[in-house]
Design a protein around this ligand. Structure first.
Ligand code: MFK
Length: 219
């Protein structure tokens, strides 16, 4: 197998396909600060032992906050463009559940380009719990899928996951830094083969491989 990334310049700009695109740098800091605060709220609500009166007061405050910002909404499918990725490979969905910058349900994770592929560090709170003290296996798969798909896209070959294979090698703990790495390992026609790992303290806790299939875009 060989890695034959198509020239990035041949990829269409999603704006030309009718997608709404927001530049990440144009997202108001008030919005990204709010996302961080809501993330804290979710974790706090999930673990609180506050009494009924405080819970009722908090519910009313949250309801008031929702009323304050509810109104015009960006469309489902709106994309965000990261300026640190060159050209068309820098697009992702704004509310992507693993990495979307406006999605408080997403962990605070950001994949960065490296010489061989992509890398991120993330610490998952108890909101992502499966077994006691450990990250849910579905979330492990989701983070690997995101890293695998993004590695293919960052190499100029965006596509959809056709097959995802995950091996859970060791328990993945909550509330500690995790490292995620991913890279393209080969291509065959429209198929892109990718591999990724999650590590804690240098030890692999989970690894995944995927077949991404590049899809023809209308245009
Ligand atoms: C840009 C920002 C980056 C964001 C990263 C996001 C990461 C998240 C990625 C995802 O979660 S994507 C969402 C989950 N995946 C899907 O919803 C995909 C659903 N499946 C499909 O839409 C189609 O099955 C698919 C596009 C994957 C393939 O259908 P096609 O009709 O285009 O392909 P076709 O059946 O002609 O097969 C093309 C090649 O792929 C191979 N293939 C297809 N399905 C496969 C499979 N399941 N496993 C292995 N190989 C497969 C197939 O054998 C063939 O290989 P060959 O070239 O050797 O003939």
């Amino acid at each position: 197998m060989t890695v034959e990334a198509q020239p990035v310049s041949e990829l269409p700009d999603p704006r030309s396909l009718g997608f709404t695109v927001v530049a990440e740098d144009d997202l108001p800091t008030e919005l990204t600060d709010l996302v961080d605060q809501v993330r804290t709220l979710i974790d706090t609500v999930a673990h609180t032992e506050a009494d009924g009166a405080d819970l009722a007061a908090a519910r009313d405050l949250v309801a008031e906050a929702v009323k304050r910002i509810d109104g015009e909404r960006r469309p489902i499918g709106a994309l965000v463009h990261r300026s640190d990725f060159e050209g068309p490979v820098g697009f992702g969905t704004l509310t992507n559940v693993v990495e979307g910058p406006t999605n408080p349900a997403a962990p605070p994770m950001r994949l960065e380009l490296t010489e061989e592929g992509l890398r991120a560090e993330v610490t998952l709170s108890g909101v992502y719990q499966g077994p006691p003290g450990l990250v849910h296996g579905g979330w492990i798969a989701a983070m690997l899928d995101q890293a695998l798909g993004s590695a293919s896209a960052a190499a100029g070959m965006p596509g959809l996951t056709a097959n995802l294979d995950v091996n859970y090698r060791n328990p993945t703990p909550l509330n500690v830094p995790l490292e995620i790495t991913a890279r393209v390992t080969g291509t065959e026609r429209r198929k892109v083969f990718v591999s990724a790992e999650i590590r804690h303290n240098g030890e692999v806790t989970a690894e995944g491989t995927a077949v991404m299939v590049q899809v023809a875009l209308p245009g």
